[in-house]
Write a protein that binds this ligand. Structure first.
Ligand code: SF4
Ligand code: SF4
Length: 251
């Protein structure tokens, strides 16, 4: 359980810093910068998310994301499981035109003229005005409200524009067969108690997935809540090369 307390502490700290960091996750600033030929701070963050996911998959979501922290705090109060299925595709319908608009921006600007991590972030702090505060509250509501109605971490499943970067990075790492952070499973130890699935903040069917010897699902955030909930030691978070039946990009 200690590992989950550390994770909860990191997520809480990240959410507390969200008024400072929010513009570093901004899809808007990334497009605005692109049309001026500038790589904004959020583009740098998205690139880091993609590259880190080659090895760590979606560990950022499980351990560091402020919006993930917000939704996990909500889940303690109203944490019904979230149905997955086709609603997982919504975030791709957001991501594809948005990334295309960044590419179009750089094309219109004639390429990349510079990198400015502080692009339109005064003194490196995101919320410094009433307008920025309104944006902050709007984004908090955007991530908080879906979870209330659709279930745990619904915004991660459905609308997050950052998740696709990490799903792509994880898939790339699996294709290259590099060592990756993942949940390894020993189905022989499983007694089908369901504790792993009840603990999963992403509402994944862990006992079904573990039959392959590894929880290789694109929505898995490497949080290890399932591992820590399993009293039989059937699940373990580790870094190693994925098995041959690994499917990091599934769903
Ligand atoms: S899916 Fe998006 S909002 Fe959810 S934890 Fe990952 S980066 Fe954060
Ligand atoms: S399957 Fe396990 S590691 Fe993956 S999101 Fe669910 S609880 Fe976390």
């Amino acid at each position: 359980m200690r590992r989950q307390q550390v994770r909860a502490g990191l997520l809480l700290a990240s959410f507390a810093l969200f008024p400072v960091t929010i513009f570093y996750f901004s899809p808007y600033l990334s497009v605005w910068g692109a049309f001026q030929g500038v790589v904004a701070g959020s583009v740098v963050v998205f690139a880091i998310q993609l590259i880190s996911a080659v090895f760590l998959r979606r560990a950022f979501c499980g351990w560091l994301c402020p919006a993930g922290g917000l939704q996990e705090m909500e889940a303690h109060a109203a944490g019904k499981p979230c149905k997955l299925g086709r609603r997982l595709l919504v975030k791709w319908a957001i991501w594809v035109p948005w990334v295309a608009s960044i590419a179009a921006g750089f094309a219109v600007a004639g390429g990349v003229s510079g990198v400015d991590p502080l692009f339109h972030i005064d003194h490196g702090m995101s919320v410094t005005s009433v307008g920025a505060l309104a944006i902050y509250l709007g984004i908090v509501a955007l991530f908080a409200i879906p979870s209330l109605f659709l279930g745990r971490r619904a915004a991660c499943h459905c609308i997050c524009w950052m998740a696709p970067f990490m799903i792509i990075g994880a898939k790339l790492g699996a294709a290259l067969r590099v060592p990756q952070l993942h949940v390894e499973a020993n189905p022989a130890k499983c007694v089908s108690c369901g504790a792993c699935e009840r603990a999963c903040p992403m509402s994944l069917p862990v006992s079904d997935l573990m039959a392959s010897g590894s929880v290789g699902h694109g929505e898995c955030i490497q949080c290890a809540a399932c591992c820590d909930a399993c009293r039989k030691g059937a699940l373990e978070l580790r870094i190693s090369r994925p098995g041959s039946d690994e499917t990091a990009g599934r769903a």
